[in-house]
Design a protein around this ligand. Structure first.
Ligand SMILES: Cc1ncc(COP(=O)(O)O)c(C=O)c1O
Length: 385
């Protein structure tokens, strides 16, 4: 297959476009010094987990004002799996978790043998509904998982109040929310556990990768052992080869190749975030009040949106998508309600999700487009469909 061949879309029947053909929905952000840092790493002794991973963790913690230890891993999914283990979630435990999210939020719970208890969406934000959460959490609930959909922080005060009432931890899936904030505090400094994803099209990429941060620093040695087979790497590197393995660890670590790209991305993260947030604001300016659509945002002043996705709820969504496509503009859905996947074996009553299911639509937002492209997209939408 030629190197630049387009992959087939599995999301809908509209094939993916190239950048030459129009305005694409997603595009990876390659930092200016990414290739240089990766090439340098390839010439060193460490291409697996080594000093670049350590440097990435230190830099990430400092730049993003994280509250506790930061552990770089192979994917956001790895980070969630580790978080669930560290939170003590085990077989048969119930976990209150979003219905509307990437399946990666919920699949690691099945791996552990835990039971995801799906919570309906808030129809304004597509985040977890606080009202439904309050109904679903009970004495059997071991933890609450929330996802900041698109980068818009959830109602954290209300969620923490429910968690406190039941004495259970909150695990934030911040795969979309790098650079978001709530009540002046950065995401990652709010709850017991927060995970990030550095998958290809996220704000910051390491090819694939993720990071887990947690407030309880006493968990760090266990977290580091679990990340690497259950082995204490420091002891091992001191030459103590007989060190025991007491926990079932796995291979969750990031590589120095990925970390090199991540370090280059961190250097320009402020610029990346500023760009994305400017595009987000422009969409809001141009589309607020536009007939036939509603912006997915509650504009709550406590929340700073991380601008990973710009989403709308559109009347006759399919017609709008087709019109956009005629004008060479991609749009789409990234996630689907998880009760749709038989692996979860769940059906329930989710009236809010039912209302928005045929309406939510994502518009392009990435560093390969600027204000002019956002204006073009908004002009097309404002013509009506
Ligand atoms: C909300 C959410 N959670 C978790 C993940 C999983 O992250 P990763 O792909 O890095 O494993 C993703 C997507 O990538 C996501 O969008």
């Amino acid at each position: 297959m030629p190197l630049d061949q387009k992959p087939a879309s599995d999301k809908n029947d509209l094939p993916l476009m190239t950048m030459e053909e129009g305005i694409v929905l997603f595009h990876p952000h390659m930092p200016e010094r990414g290739a240089e840092y990766v090439a340098h790493t390839l010439g060193t002794r460490w291409i697996g987990q080594g000093p670049k991973v350590d440097a990435f963790e230190r830099e990430f913690r400092a730049r993003l004002r994280q509250a506790g230890p930061c552990l770089a891993v192979g994917s956001g999914t790895d980070a969630l799996h580790l978080a669930y283990l560290l939170a003590g979630i085990g077989p048969g435990d119930e976990v209150a978790t979003p219905l509307f999210t990437c399946t990666a939020t919920n699949l690691p719970l099945l791996y552990i043998g835990a039971i995801p208890r799906f919570v309906d969406v808030d129809p304004v934000t597509l985040n977890i509904s606080v009202e439904d959460l309050a109904r679903k959490v009970g004495p059997k609930t071991k933890a609450i998982v929330v996802v900041h959909y698109g980068g818009l922080p959830c109602d954290m005060d209300e969620i923490h109040a429910i968690a406190r009432r039941w004495g259970i931890p909150v695990i934030e899936d911040a795969a979309h929310a790098l650079g978001g904030a709530y009540d002046g505090k950065p995401v990652g400094a709010l709850s017991e556990f927060t995970m990030y994803s550095f998958q290809a099209i996220k704000h910051l990429t390491t090819g694939d990768g993720g990071l887990l941060t947690f407030k309880d620093a006493s968990l760090e040695p266990l977290a580091r052992r679990l990340r690497w087979f259950g082995i204490d790497r420091e002891d091992k590197q001191k030459g103590i080869w007989e060190n025991d393995i007491r926990e079932v660890g796995y291979k969750y670590q990031m590589t120095d190749i990925g970390a090199a790209l991540g370090l280059a991305g961190l250097e320009e993260l402020d610029r990346t975030l500023a760009h994305r947030k400017a595009l987000y604001r422009r969409y809001v300016e141009r589309l607020k009040g536009c007939p036939g659509l509603r912006i997915v945002d509650d504009f709550d002043p406590r929340k700073e949106h991380a601008a990973w996705l710009f989403s709308i709820l559109a009347e006759r969504r399919r017609d709008l998508q087709l019109k956009l496509r005629e004008r060479r503009i991609e749009s789409g859905q990234t996630h689907y309600r998880n009760d749709r996947y038989s692996v979860f074996g769940q059906s329930g009553h989710f009236p809010n999700m039912d209302k928005v299911d045929d309406a939510y639509l994502i518009l392009p937002l990435h560093t390969k487009i600027g204000i002019a492209e956002v204006d073009t997209i908004c002009d097309v939408i404002r013509e009506g469909w």
